[in-house]
Design a protein around this ligand. Structure first.
Ligand code: CAA
Ligand code: FAD
Length: 379
């Protein structure tokens, strides 16, 4: 195994780091306070190629590998985890599925502008009664000749208000349970489609999370992705890769908090010396750095397996499970190292601590990752 990043990887990492510092850091506290989506910055991310990184160049993508993608997500999440989740959803849950399972016509019409970052996409699986229990889809898609009529509600949809294109899982044949689920491409201006209320959240407050309502939305047959009944497998395959992106987001949140805590510990003096000279603080830093490195190795391994064409569902679940725990543990310790200053917004670590929590919930809670991992172990 080779742990040395190539020139290309280093260049992507540096570009993401530079962008995060120059474009995302200014205003990140205000966007968190007022729950403002970083419209301008996400537009710039599109222009820089961060929204379709792994898509083939013929569809306006960057043609990069998954390792480049996780390096970029880590750097962006160090500064702004809300921008990172918009990026992760567009890359791994929207573009990836369209590129792998979409028709040529769907790729021309939807993938090209999504990969170029001209528009944003959303991935709509969760419902009020179907979160972890994702096979219990209630949204219905009834076939009428050359189109389907979609009815139902989706919950918690990232990019929900900002997206132009929505990939929606719905039941076409409830008797077949998960084998009766299909995926549809819905455009924002289709009649009967409505964006519901924006959620007021604990963390990733700059991210745009909405419920969505479908009331007799007429979706043309050619907007179904793949065969009828392929939707659940489609969603699971997409999430296998999506979880690598969220694991990288968790890693970035942890690494960002650690970097702030390390710098602060060298500046802040107590009992006549920098707090970094107290062994209790040194041990915290040692634990944080070790756990972050372990999380990074799991994230890179999952990305590497995906790039090798090997199976990666197990590795991506492990990476997400572990990196999200490290994000939570590390950000709590980063606040502790900052003392009272850690408890106020100006020092960033309290926001990173609030942002960390979602990484244990979305794209499959930690309990669900353990189900995925243990089923693989016991198969
Ligand atoms: N790839 C392909 N197929 C898969 C699969 C995978 N990774 N995982 C499961 N399947 C298939 C199974 O093989 C099975 O098919 P067959 O019956 O044909 O064999 C079918 O799916 C159902 O699987 P299970 O019997 O294991 O179903 P289950 O109900 O017991 O559990 C689950 C499934 C793993 C818990 C799944 O429902 C799950 O992942 N839940 C979490 C949902 C989730 O992650 N949601 C995220 C929403 S998106 C999001 O959150 C985005 C964001 O925040 C930014
Ligand atoms: P539930 O499934 O009700 O779970 C509640 C608790 O029970 C959890 O602790 C869970 O782990 C546990 N639990 C459930 N089943 C089991 C079991 N079998 N064994 C052990 N424990 C179990 N979804 C999308 O489709 N698209 C998005 O873009 C998206 N973005 C999101 C953004 C945010 C900010 C949030 C909060 C959520 C988002 N989600 C999105 C939804 C997210 O994926 C779900 O919230 C998540 O999958 C959990 O589902 P739930 O909230 O219904 O919790």
């Amino acid at each position: 195994m080779n742990f040395t990043l190539t020139e290309e990887h280093l260049a992507v990492q540096e570009a993401a780091r530079e962008f995060a510092k120059s474009a995302l850091l200014p205003g990140v506290i205000e966007r968190d306070t007022h729950a403002t989506f970083p419209h301008e910055q996400v537009k710039q991310m599109g222009e820089l190629g961060f929204l379709g990184m792994m898509v083939a160049p013929q569809y306006n993508g960057g043609g990069m590998d998954t390792l480049s993608y996780v390096l970029a997500i880590e750097e962006i999440s160090k500064i702004d985890a809300s921008a990172a989740v918009a990026m992760s959803v567009n890359n791994s849950l929207v573009c990836w599925g369209l590129e792998h399972y979409g028709s040529e016509q769907q790729k021309e019409k939807y993938l090209k502008p999504l990969a170029a970052g001209e528009i944003l996409g959303a991935f709509c699986l969760s419902e009020p009664e179907a979160g972890s229990d994702a096979t219990s889809q209630r949204t219905m898609a009834e076939k009428h000749g050359d189109h389907y009529l979609l009815n139902g509600t989706k919950n918690w949809i990232t990019n929900g208000g900002t997206a132009s294109v929505y990939l929606v899982m719905a039941q076409t044949n409830p008797e077949l349970k998960h084998k009766g689920i299909s995926t549809f491409i819905v455009e924002k201006d289709m009649e009967g489609f409505q964006v519901g209320k924006k959620e007021d959240k604990l963390g990733i407050r700059g991210s745009d999370t909405h419920s969505l309502m479908f009331n007799d939305v007429k979706v043309p047959l050619e907007n179904r992705i793949g065969e009828d009944g392929f939707g659940f497998t489609y969603a699971m395959h997409s999430l296998d890769g999506g979880r690598i992106g969220i694991a990288a987001q968790a890693l970035g949140i942890a690494a960002g908090a650690y970097e702030l805590a390390l710098a602060y510990s060298k500046e802040r003096k107590a009992f006549g010396k920098p707090i970094s000279q107290h062994q209790a603080i040194q041990f915290k830093l040692a634990d944080m750095a070790t756990e972050i490195e372990a999380a990074r190795m799991l994230v890179w391994k999952a990305a590497w397996l995906k790039d090798q064409g090997e199976s990666y569902a197990h590795a991506s679940a492990m990476a997400k499970l572990y990196a999200s725990k490290v994000a939570m543990d590390t950000t709590i310790e980063a606040v502790q190292i900052h003392g009272g200053y850690g408890f106020v917004k100006e020092y960033h670590v309290e926001r990173l601590m609030r942002d960390a929590k979602i990484t244990q919930i979305y794209e499959g809670t930690s309990e669900i990752q353990k189900i995925v991992i243990s089923r693989n172990l016991l198969r």
